[in-house]
Design a protein around this ligand. Structure first.
Ligand SMILES: Cc1cc2nc3c(=O)[nH]c(=O)nc-3n(C[C@H](O)[C@H](O)[C@H](O)COP(=O)(O)OP(=O)(O)OC[C@H]3O[C@@H](n4cnc5c(N)ncnc54)[C@H](O)[C@@H]3O)c2cc1C
Length: 399
């Protein structure tokens, strides 16, 4: 059996991604020892960018990682939506002073490693935290007040609670929710990071730009001192039967899906040979993701399409909510887990369902639906957008 010290005060966390490590900081602050079991041979994040909306800032500050995470952030000027059929701008949201005053925080883009590293460093520096890579969680058993977790390498660990932060294919979810593997959404995402010289000069905008086309869209934004550009291109496809994560991409497949685009935006996708492919998994929101001393967090609890760029931000919000409940629980973790999920389920489900809806009605429509989209979004003022996004971006601004 792996060593977990004082089992009555040890929480086991399955998964050392952004969600698992953020939660780990919270458990430690609440006085628990934490053992993080990570499947990969090393703790780390993929080499791509991430958008951090204003609601990422309160949790980053509370977790004590904001300064380090933001050291290399790019403070973009606007979010812009382009019509990939006509090449014209549909709408834009300026991210200047009025935006920052409204949401009390900015909107930034950063490299994923710049968010994951400070979380990892905080955990590494914490004597209450044990980080074990190369430990794939296979299952768990609740025994009295304890939980025993087994890993693929034959080890087992006992603690007073288990957190499943093991992502979209969560093993812990299989047992708690029992809704099988993720559904194949029919949406495929390709990612690449380009040096700025490979980005067409006319499109080197200090913006998160989204080009919306029929059954496809792509996003680009600058990274790390604007020396790099992050590209995410998404399209519909019914040719995949399993969810895929960070596989080598097929440039020809990608270009074929965007061949109806005008030359300028298409030229962005022609540049890279280094595409990585995700076949996106989807799950319906659920009304319960806890059982006694076991609960879920992040993608394991509420995986979402990336269309609102909120998956990692929700994981950060989850971790702060969980930390607060655990701190007030006086050792009653099952009660804390129920209070945590009660506060998180409706919000996260709303983001999951709204992301599906904007994918269908705003990002991927064709024909007359495209015209309706253009008219609806094109007639909005910045203040209209601020009000419409308040429920997402304004969350936690008073904390
Ligand atoms: C194309 C794309 C773009 C995105 N853009 C954004 C964005 O701009 N902004 C944003 O906020 N979100 C974005 N997201 C969502 C975001 O990436 C995820 O929501 C976030 O990474 C979830 O973090 P997590 O820790 O819950 O899960 P993960 O990052 O999936 O971490 C899970 C961890 O658990 C480990 N693991 C898995 N199974 C096991 C096991 N059995 N045992 C032990 N360890 C295990 C994995 O190796 C991994 O380290 C995007 C997602 C995609 C696909």
């Amino acid at each position: 059996m792996g060593s977990t010290g004082n089992k009555a005060r040890t929480v086991i966390v399955a998964g050392g991604g952004i969600g698992g490590l953020a939660a780990c900081i919270g458990f430690s602050r609440a006085g628990y020892q934490v053992v993080v079991l990570e499947k990969a041979q090393e703790f780390g994040e993929i080499g791509a960018g991430i958008q951090l909306a204003p609601n990422a800032f309160p949790p980053m500050k509370i977790l004590g990682i904001a300064e380090r995470a933001l050291a290399n952030a790019v403070y973009i000027d606007r979010l812009v939506m382009m019509d990939a059929v006509s090449g014209e701008q549909i709408a834009e949201i300026p991210l200047g002073d009025a935006f920052k005053q409204h949401f009390r925080n900015p909107y930034v883009v950063i490299h994923r490693a710049d968010l994951h590293s400070p979380l990892l460093e905080a955990c590494r520096a914490d004597p209450k935290v044990t980080l074990l890579a190369g430990h794939e969680v296979m299952g768990f058993e609740q025994i009295g007040d304890e939980v025993e977790v087994t890993t693929a390498n034959g080890a087992s660990f006992r603690g007073c609670a288990l957190l499943g932060a093991d992502g979209v294919r969560s093993r812990i979810r299989e047992d708690i929710v029992g809704d099988g593997g993720p559904k194949i959404s029919g949406h495929v995402a390709y990612r690449a990071v380009l040096p700025i010289e490979e980005m067409p000069e006319q499109l080197r905008w200090n913006a998160a730009a989204l080009w919306a086309g029929p059954k496809c869209h792509f996003v680009h934004y600058p990274l790390r001192g604007r020396k790099l550009f992050n590209i995410v291109a998404t399209f519909h496809s019914d040719q995949y039967t399993t969810e895929l994560h960070n596989e080598p991409g097929d440039r020809e497949e990608l270009l074929a899906r965007f061949e109806h685009l005008p030359p300028l935006p298409r030229s962005v996708l022609e540049k890279s040979d280094g595409w990585r492919r995700w076949v996106l998994g989807d799950r319906d929101p659920v009304e319960n993701w806890s059982r006694g001393n076991v609960t879920l967090l992040g993608d394991a609890a509420h995986v979402t399409y990336q269309y609102f760029a909120q998956g990692a931000v929700m994981a950060l919000e989850d971790s702060v909510c969980l930390m607060r409940e655990v701190m007030q629980a006086d050792g009653d973790l099952p009660a804390a887990f129920l209070r945590y999920q009660e506060q998180r389920i409706t919000r996260t489900a709303r983001i999951v369902l709204s992301s599906r809806a904007i994918g269908e009605y705003f990002y991927h429509p064709a024909g007359v639906e495209r015209l309706v989209r253009n008219q609806m979004l094109g007639s909005k003022t910045p203040e209209d957008f601020f009000r419409g996004l308040d429920w997402i971006y304004g969350y936690g601004r008073d904390s």
